[in-house]
Design a protein around this ligand. Structure first.
Ligand code: ZN
Length: 384
C-alpha cells in the first residue's frame, strides 16, 4: 500500500504530525477531531509501514497520571530534493521527511531554454544524492521544484515565469520524466511560506504573511493555518498592487506597481537616472546611498514608501499576526527600513498596526528547502 492509497484520516494524522511535531494520541485526536479509536485505527498501518513510530515519554505529557506515549514522523523514512530555479542558477537541497537538509549545492544555468534547465535539474538532483551518499532511484521519494511567477501546482504547469520568459511549461511532468521521481512544482515564495510555517518564523502562527523584496516582489499568505493559492493561483502578488504613482512602467506592462519602483532592477534604473550614470550597478547605488548621496537616498526612500504601502495593504486585508520581510533586497534593508515602517504605521488601519514586522535574510538554500517541504507535504496526494 502506498501513502496515496491511505484513507483521508491517515493523511490528516500524518500531516498534523509532520507540521506540529511529536504528540500523544490524545493530542492528535484534539487537533484532528478524530476519536481515539479512529486515531489508533489509522496510526497502526502507518506504523507498520514505517512512516511513524512511538518515541520517548516526556514527563510533561501525561494522561490519567501515566506518561503518554508520543507519536512522531520517522524523518529517515523518505528523502526529498528541493530545487529553486532563478534566472541565473539552480539551488538544490536534499532533505529528509521533516525537511532537515542533508546536502546542498548550487549550479549556474548555461541556458534558459526549458530542455536545458530540465536536464540541469536532473543532474543537480543526481549530485545531491551522490553528495548524501545515496544510490539508486528508490532512495528518493519526491522532488519539489520552485520558481517565481504564475505557477499552477495542481496542474504541474508554469503558466508564466518572467525571469526565464517561459509560458505554459508542464514543468512537473518534464522533471518527473528526467529524474524518474514524482515531482511537484510550486511558486517559490509560496514554498518558502510553507517552510516558514512549518519550521521558521511563522511556526505556531495562524495567520501570517511573508513578503519578499528583490528581483521581484511577492508574498505568501498563510490564513487560518493554510498557505493559500487563491482561485486562480496568483494570491499574494503584492508586487503588482497599484500604489506607486504613474511615472514608471512595470514588467507586467502596467503603471503604479510596487515592483515598478522597488524591485532591484527598478531601484538600479532610478539610481542611474538620478546620478546620470548609465552603467551604475545596484551595489554601487547601495554604496552611494550609504555615503549620503541625496538623489540615490531619495530613490531608496521612494522604494521603501511603496513597500510600506504594500505591507499596510496586506495587514489591512488579512490581519496577520506577523509579516516576515525577506528576499535579496533585505541586504540593503537599512536604506529603506525607516520609510517602510513609517508608511506602514501611517496606513495600517486600527489594530492592524499591531502586526509584528520581522526582517529575515533567508539564503536561497532555505527557499530550496521550501521545495523539499512542499514535496514532503504532498506525500499523500495521489499522482496527477
Ligand atoms: Zn506590475
Amino acid at each position: 500500500m502506498t501513502l496515496a492509497d491511505q484513507p483521508p484520516a491517515a493523511a490528516l494524522v500524518f500531516q498534523t504530525l509532520l507540521q506540529h511535531g511529536p504528540m500523544s494520541r490524545a493530542e492528535i485526536g484534539r487537533r484532528t477531531g478524530l476519536t481515539p479509536g479512529a486515531v489508533t485505527k489509522v496510526a497502526t498501518p502507518l506504523m507498520t509501514d514505517g512512516w511513524i513510530n512511538e518515541v520517548g515519554r516526556p514527563t510533561a505529557a501525561r494522561t490519567n497520571g501515566r506518561p503518554a506515549t508520543l507519536i512522531a514522523v520517522r524523518a529517515e523514512r523518505a528523502l526529498f530534493a528541493g530545487v529553486k530555479v532563478t534566472g541565473e542558477e539552480l539551488i538544490g537541497v536534499l532533505a529528509d521527511l521533516t525537511a532537515r537538509p542533508l546536502s546542498s549545492r548550487r549550479v549556474s544555468l548555461g541556458s534558459r531554454d526549458v530542455g536545458s534547465v530540465v536536464l540541469a535539474i536532473a543532474r543537480l538532483v543526481d549530485e545531491l544524492r551522490a553528495a548524501a551518499g545515496l544510490e539508486g532511484a528508490d532512495s528518493l521519494h519526491g522532488v519539489g521544484v520552485t520558481i517565481s511567477g504564475d505557477v499552477d501546482s495542481q496542474l504541474g504547469m508554469v503558466q508564466y515565469t518572467p525571469f526565464l520568459n517561459w509560458r505554459r511549461v508542464p514543468l512537473a511532468e518534464l522533471v518527473e520524466s528526467a529524474v524518474g521521481t514524482p515531482t511537484v512544482i510550486e511558486n517559490d515564495v509560496r514554498a518558502l511560506t510553507v517552510a516558514e510555517q512549518w519550521f521558521g518564523a511563522g511556526a505556531g502562527l495562524s495567520t501570517f504573511a511573508l513578503v519578499t523584496v528583490g528581483a521581484g516582489i511577492g508574498a505568501g499568505l498563510s490564513i487560518g493555518g493554510r498557505v493559500v493559492s487563491g482561485a486562480h493561483g496568483v494570491a499574494g502578488e503584492v508586487g503588482h498592487l497599484p500604489v506607486s504613482g504613474v511615472e514608471r512602467v512595470c514588467t507586467c506592462g502596467n503603471t503604479g506597481c510596487v515592483e515598478a519602483v522597488a524591485s532591484t532592477h527598478a531601484i538600479t534604473e532610478q539610481a542611474r537616472q538620478a546620478t546620470g550614470d548609465p552603467g551604475l550597478t545596484m551595489d554601487e547605488a547601495v554604496r552611494l546611498a550609504h555615503t549620503g548621496d541625496p538623489a540615490v537616498r531619495a530613490v531608496f526612500a521612494h522604494a521603501g514608501h511603496a513597500v510600506g504601502l504594500a505591507l499596510a495593504c496586506v495587514a489591512n486585508l488579512i490581519g496577520p499576526e506577523r509579516i516576515i520581510i525577506s528576499g535579496e533586497g533585505v541586504a540593503s534593508y537599512d536604506l529603506f527600513a525607516d520609510h517602510i515602517r513609517q508608511t506602514f504605521v501611517d496606513h495600517a488601519f486600527g489594530a492592524a498596526v499591531d502586526c509584528d514586522l520581522v526582517v529575515r535574510p533567508l539564503p536561497f538554500e532555505e527557499w530550496a528547502r521550501g521545495g523539499a517541504a512542499v514535496a514532503a507535504q504532498r506525500v499523500f496526494v495521489p499522482a496527477r
